[in-house]
Design a protein around this ligand. Sequence first.
Ligand SMILES: [Zn+2]
Length: 129
Amino acid sequence: MRAYYLCPHCRGILNAKDDIILSAENSKGEKGLLLLHPEIGNYSSSKSKKFKIDKGDKLSLYCSICHSSLDSKKHKNFAQIQLLDVNNHESTIIFSKIYGEKVTLKVDESDTLSYGEHCKRYSDPEWFL
Ligand SMILES: [Zn+2]
């Protein structure tokens, strides 16, 4: 039993094996698939070498199943997906769409946890509520 990530729109499971698979578009309008590590706070990712993303590039991220935008409504630099953990507890994972920027928030009804070395860039605690 492991955790699953869900699209907030179609509730499709975004994991394949372990990785989270998202559809991405770079600032030049080029598109590709982006594989994210399922462990929160682990920022290793993979993609095709041919799909070039520069550090600092702001991506557009889409559900790989229904192609809805995963943009967070709370902040233009962020995307969000749902996490269903091993206890079947659901929370919202909000993460930076800026390639190389390590900021993730895990939000549920009782708590907000922040991860990543760049989370101080978004020190205003109110923006994501
Ligand atoms: Zn979807």
